[in-house]
Ligand binder design. Structure first.
Ligand SMILES: Nc1ncnc2c1ncn2[C@@H]1O[C@H](COP(=O)(O)OP(=O)(O)OP(=O)(O)O)[C@@H](O)[C@H]1O
Length: 678
């Protein structure tokens, strides 16, 4: 908004003259923002008379590249620019879209005005930043990141005094400056409402970007009045599946009394009184129902899930019977995990590499994916590479790519490599401690130079990726032992985050529920009494991976109609691990540990302690042979289940040491990793 009325041109020229002669702008009577901009233009050494000293206009090829870089901005702006131009047509004006450097990307205007504009280089490819063209609406809006009107002699360069311009910055949902929208015209045709028109159009562009289909997991539209939903005045919040705020439009910030800087730390539960899960389950079942809820500060809002939210697509898959992962439910996540995730997301957004540590199977890759999907890069590729799972002689080609015919056995067409697959997105290097020293040097060069040299090629290819590394080994120790490069360690260690072992997590029950839901989405599976307590007090050396295998076996052993997991549904070695078969448990859990005999001997009775002992005895005597396998084919476990059990057992005995477990199992580490992923 203007603080002062526009002064007549002679007054403005006089004031500017004073500035040029004394070097100090007169602060009275002229708009302070214009005076400040004159100061900046003066300090940039621009001559206010005569032509522009600017030589920064882009040629056709560079303009094309700049347009490609700004593809999303242009795509979302174009229809709104066309609409805006409809409103100002035949008023001696034009609508302009500039990028965040002030380079004009797209213009549309009245033909006779366009030819006047051409004379002052108000055309595509020209730069209208303040340092090049002095005070002007595009450049000054960029410099201040604020909307502004610059009229007639308020322009710093005399050649631009015939213009009247109104411009406003376009911001991303994270508050980053993306570009400027401007209406420029002949100063004689100025309209007081032009700036309002431009800022409404900017809101429409910003909304259109947040509402892109499938861009964010959860998109909430809200307003104090029901009729405000879907209007340009609505607030829009973008959230991750687990309820962290990923972005917002400016109306949302206004309605909630927030700033962009608050967003990365904010969780749904800190803002609203309604549980996110309740809201989502209601919206996914009865889509397009308006819900009324309150903020923690007591403001009341109507809200609705936007149809472009990713969760709606996932819900549609769920109802059509496809399995979906459900481990992201928001309200029961372990606080250490949640805190690490919030920290990781903030740092990652600033392009600082994350180093995840934690025992094998704690979910380091799952965590890295959550950081990626909660970031502004979530629409781009997440490339995960397990450095321990790729044979040493193939890591180089796998990571850096290769040209056709680079080595025997290579693909005919060559390969871009995993690093280039992550271009624009995120590269996750798991078990980085296992990377051979020679490749550590190459990786360091990629990180320093941001280019990749494919195997067999002489030329480097630029890459732009964010990095997350993980290791279950102590990398500092490896540095001391000379097995890991110190400079690489500091490069990848922007922020180290220790992920909790499963036995230390406080969300064990919620985790079990979400894994069971994943394995059996149509049914609500529960545990028989005491089982949860036993599972919770077990140490889970193989962490979430082991828990998944264990629950997968248990759900696979449920009969069609069964929804309750009982002891008989666990693998035998797990029962031993839990102390159930050793006798300890039978003594401790005398009354509360019923074991159904059904799946062992096809009976139906639920036994008490005596029956349990009998049942277990029966199982040993009748169900299983001396080799530990069932003697009946009906009960015969799948090879896959046995293999999973053997792996779990080996990992448990070796306390999660994958190399040792692989040796004990008589397979290579790569094979073991592959089997662990299956
Ligand atoms: N919160 C979770 N909910 C459901 N499954 C999970 C969760 N966290 C991890 N998992 C599962 O546990 C297994 C191990 O997870 P992940 O591969 O992320 O662990 P990791 O720490 O990277 O393991 P490693 O160190 O062996 O590479 C995977 O099958 C993964 O899907």
């Amino acid at each position: 908004m203007r603080q002062h009325a526009i002064l007549p041109a002679p007054h403005l020229k006089h004031a500017r003259q004073q500035l040029l002669e004394r070097g100090i702008a007169p602060q009275t009577s002229i708009d302070k923002r214009i005076a400040d901009s004159w100061q900046r233009s003066h300090q940039a050494g621009l001559p206010h008379y005569g032509g522009s000293p600017c030589a920064d206009n882009l040629d056709a090829i560079s303009l094309n590249r700049a347009r490609q870089r700004n593809y999303e901005l242009i795509r979302h702006s174009q229809p709104i620019i066309d609409f805006l131009f409809e409103q100002v047509k035949q008023s001696q004006s034009m609508v302009v879209l500039a990028d965040a450097q002030g380079v004009l990307m797209h213009t549309v205007g009245d033909l006779d005005f366009l030819s006047k504009a051409e004379r002052v280089a108000l055309r595509c490819g020209a730069t209208w930043a303040e340092q090049q063209r002095g005070t002007n609406a595009i450049g000054t809006a960029l410099a201040e990141c604020n909307e502004i009107e610059v009229h007639g002699a308020e322009h710093y360069l005399e050649t631009n005094e015939f213009l009247t311009c109104a411009a406003a910055p376009i911001l991303s949902a994270q508050g980053n400056l993306l570009g400027i929208l401007d209406i420029s015209g002949d100063h004689r045709s100025r309209q007081a409402h032009t700036l309002g028109l431009v800022s409404t159009a900017v809101q429409m562009i910003e909304n259109s970007m947040v509402l892109s289909p499938d861009r964010y997991p959860i998109v909430l539209q809200f307003h104090a009045q029901a009729a405000g939903i879907a209007s340009v005045a609505q607030g829009i919040l973008a959230l991750s599946e687990d309820g962290f705020v990923l972005g917002a439009n400016r109306r949302a910030l206004h309605l909630l009394g927030l700033r962009f800087a608050d967003l990365s730390r904010l969780h749904w539960s800190q803002m609203f009184d309604l549980k996110l899960e309740e809201f989502l389950s209601q919206q996914t079942r009865r889509f397009a129902t308006l819900v009324q809820f309150h903020t923690r500060l007591g403001k009341s809002f109507f809200a609705q899930l936007h149809p472009h939210s990713q969760v709606l697509r996932t819900a549609a898959q769920q109802y059509s019977g496809k399995v979906i992962p459900a481990h992201s439910s928001s309200s029961h996540v372990d606080p250490q995990w949640q805190e690490s995730l919030a920290k990781g997301r903030r740092v990652f957004e600033r392009d600082i590499p994350l180093l995840l540590s934690g025992e094998s199977g704690v979910g380091k890759e799952v965590f890295a994916k959550q950081v990626h999907t909660g970031s502004t890069r979530q629409a781009r590729h997440f490339a995960a590479v397990n450095c321990a799972a790729i044979p040493e002689h193939l890591i180089e080609a796998e990571l850096f790519g290769y040209v056709p015919g680079a080595f025997t056995g290579a693909l005919k067409q060559g390969s871009p490599g995993r690093i280039r697959e992550a271009d624009g997105g995120t590269l996750f290097l798991d078990e980085i401690g296992d990377m051979p020293l020679s490749l550590q040097t190459r990786l360091l060069r990629v990180l320093q130079e941001r280019t990749v040299m494919p195997v067999g090629s002489g030329s480097a290819v630029p890459v732009d990726f964010r990095l997350i590394c993980a290791s279950h080994q102590n990398l500092r120790e490896k540095v001391k032992l000379g097995q890991f490069r110190e400079d690489l360690f500091y490069r990848i260690n922007g922020l180290q985050l220790q992920l909790p072992a499963l036995r230390d997590r406080t969300d064990f029950a919620a985790l079990c529920a979400s894994i069971l839901h994943e394995f059996s989405p149509q049914l609500t599976i529960t545990f028989a009494p005491q089982i949860m307590q036993t599972l919770q007090s077990y140490s889970w050396p193989g962490n979430v991976r082991q828990l998944r295998h264990c629950l997968r076996t248990a759900t696979a052993l449920l009969d069609d109609e069964e929804t309750q997991i009982e002891w008989q549904h666990f693998a035998q070695d797990m029962l031993t691990e839990f102390g159930v078969l050793s006798g300890e448990h039978e003594r401790d859990q005398a009354v509360t540990l019923p074991i159904k005999q059904k799946s062992f001997n096809h009976g139906e009775a639920t036994s008490t302690l005596e029956q349990n002992e009998l049942a277990i005895g029966d199982v040993r005597a009748n169900g299983f042979g001396a080799n530990g396998l069932p003697s009946q084919f009906d009960d015969f476990p799948k090879l896959k289940t046995l293999s999973a059990q053997a792996i779990e057992h080996a990992l448990r005995l070796t306390e999660g040491n994958v190399s040792e477990a692989a040796r004990r199992l008589g397979v290579s580490r790569q094979t073991l990793y592959r089997k662990m992923r299956e």
